[in-house]
Structures are given as structure tokens and as C-alpha cells.
Write a protein that binds this ligand. Structure first.
Ligand code: DGY
Length: 314
């Protein structure tokens, strides 16, 4: 049985698959496959392991005549047409859990980088502009006693909240599809959350309900001193509105790991000083990637070798 892995992933997962003589692995490591290449490559495979840039639409799914499982190498699966897969009885699985800490830590890295002007200060030194100490240089903000508003209170959102509460002494409010009464944090409507939060962290999945959840009216509700951090998915924010908000100082700054049309990033955003940008690396730790590779392998082995459902079925 053939497995197509569209990008290089840690060996830990490949080795698990290689233990099964029945599995033949085709692991690509060039640039992302085009749609045509995906359609061609999926024809005779039993499992495909897509990564974030691989949009697995209905045509690709239909082309996979032997396809039994789409084992996403990610926790997010908005790049996969899960309805088309379900119609054809193809399993879709993801890799939840193990990247929680990595994404949460990156969320906090972005929050502190924006709040303490880390990137601007680094550039200032490299440009040779540091000539004397100045009490008013790069004034940032402390986080103790401030309010963190978490939008999307799943595993990652809750972990960000815990770190900010225990580590920074922040007060936590959240908005989510489901209330989590045992979390100790206060549930608020999105509007209330945006109005009172000093830092807003987006940790929700991308769905039709969350597409452009943060647009002009929402950004206008935030305080001019607030920071917006996005480690979820780019289209949760209307990027054009965010650029206006940052330019016209409706909010103080933003930390973004994800973008509306990745990897394309508007020049206007790149030229702004009050935003820190990273290339969708919130989950990029060695530990998380190894665990993700193992989960992908477990999901495939369950379906192709054991004839069972994947462990992390969507
Ligand atoms: C995910 O897993 O969804 C991350 O965004 C990419 O690793």
C-alpha cells in the first residue's frame, strides 16, 4: 500500500511506517506540489499526508481511487475538504495535543516581542543607532494585572491563558463556542472581550463562522493600547482592516504568525513598525514536529494495517 508524504517530516514517523513491510513510502522534499501534481500523485496511493499549503479539495480526493486516509500533518484541517472525504468514506485525521505548548509559547513570544519592542530594538542596534542610554527609549508595557482576552478556548487557548495567568499575573477572559466553567476564567461576548482586553489572542479554528471574525468594527472596539496576537489562521482577521487599524493606531500593535493569503504578505503590513511577523512557525519546535510525525504514522497504521479508525479522526 502506498503512502504519499508531500514534504519532508521527522524520521521518527517514517521509521514507524517502515516497520510495516506492506507500506511503500513516497516522501517528497521539493517545493509544495501544485494542484495538478497532487491530482497526479494521489491517483494510486492509499494514504496521503498533506501539510498546510496542500489544499486537498474534492477533485484531488476524487482522483485518489484507492485513498483510505488523509492524515494531515497539522492540527488545523481547514485546507482539507472534509465533506468530500466523508462522502467517499475516506478518513481524515489530524495531530492535536502535542503542539499545544509550542503554539502557546509562540503566542507569548509574539505578545512580549510586540509589547516590549524586541524586533525594533534589535534592528536599532544592528543599524548602529545605539549611541547612549536613554530613559525614554523603546518604552514597552508590563503585563502584570492586565487582561488577556482569549478567542477560542480549546487546548491551545486554555494553555495560553494558564501561562499568562500563572506566569504574568494577568486576568483572563475568553470567548468560545462552549463555556468552560471549571477554567476559572470569565466568559464574555466577543464585543465585551474586545472592549476590555489589553491583549487579544486568537486561538480559534478557521470555519465559516470565524472567517473575518476580526474586522473593522471589532478592531474599533479594541483599546488604542491593546495588542492583537494571531497564531490561529490568517483569514480569522480581515488583513486590510488590520492594516488600517495599525496604521491609524486604533490598536497599539499586533503579533502575527499567520496571514490571509500565505505566504503572500501585503507590503503595507511589512512596512509597519508596530507589528511582529513570523512565517507560520508557532508549532515549529523539534519536540512538536516529532510528535506530529508519530501521530501521523499511528493514524495511518491504524487504518491501513489494523483496519480500524484513525486515533485522531476528524
Ligand atoms: C497546525 O498544526 O495547524 C499548525 O498551524 C501548523 O503546524
Amino acid at each position: 500500500m502506498k503512502i504519499l508524504i508531500t514534504r519532508e517530516i521527522p524520521k521518527a514517523g517514517i521509521r514507524m511506517l517502515q516497520e510495516h513491510a506492506d507500506l511503500e513510502i513516497d516522501c517528497r522534499n521539493g517545493p509544495p506540489l501544485s494542484r495538478e501534481e497532487l491530482i497526479e500523485s494521489v491517483r494510486d496511493v492509499h494514504a496521503i499526508v498533506p501539510v498546510i499549503p496542500d489544499v486537498i479539495d474534492e477533485d484531488i480526493i476524487n482522483a485518489g481511487k484507492n485513498l483510505k486516509i488523509i492524515a494531515a500533518f497539522s492540527v488545523g484541517y481547514d485546507h482539507i475538504d472534509t465533506y468530500a472525504a466523508e462522502k467517499k468514506g475516506i478518513y481524515v485525521s489530524n495531530t492535536p495535543g502535542d503542539l499545544t505548548q509550542s503554539v502557546a509559547e509562540h503566542t507569548i513570544a509574539l505578545m512580549t516581542a510586540v509589547g516590549r519592542n524586541i524586533v525594533q530594538a534589535d534592528k536599532y542596534i544592528r543599524k548602529g543607532e545605539y549611541e547612549f542610554w536613554d530613559p525614554m527609549l523603546f518604552l514597552g508595557t508590563t503585563f502584570i494585572g492586565k487582561t488577556l482576552g482569549v478567542v477560542g478556548f480549546g487546548r491551545i487557548g486554555q494553555y495560553v491563558a494558564e501561562m499568562c495567568q500563572k506566569g504574568f499575573g494577568m486576568r483572563i477572559v475568553y470567548n468560545s463556542r462552549f463555556k468552560k466553567p471549571s477554567s476559572g476564567a470569565s466568559f464574555l461576548s466577543l464585543d465585551e472581550l474586545l472592549e476590555i482586553s489589553d491583549v487579544v489572542s486568537l486561538n480559534c479554528s478557521l470555519t465559516e463562522e470565524t472567517r473575518h471574525l476580526i474586522d473593522e468594527p471589532e478592531l474599533k472596539k479594541m483599546k488604542p493600547t491593546s495588542l492583537l496576537i494571531n497564531t490561529s489562521r490568517g483569514p480569522v482577521i480581515n488583513e486590510k482592516s488590520l492594516i488600517r487599524a495599525l496604521r491609524e493606531k486604533w490598536i497599539a500593535g499586533a503579533g502575527l504568525d499567520v496571514f490571509e493569503d500565505e505566504p503572500k504578505i501585503p507590503e503595507e503590513l511589512i512596512n509597519l513598525d508596530n507589528v511582529v511577523l513570523t512565517p507560520h512557525i508557532a508549532s515549529a519546535t523539534k519536540e512538536a514536529r516529532i510528535q506530529m510525525a508519530r501521530m501521523v504514522a499511528e493514524n495511518i497504521i491504524k487504518v491501513l494495517i489494523k483496519g480500524q479508525e484513525p486515533i485522531h479522526k476528524i
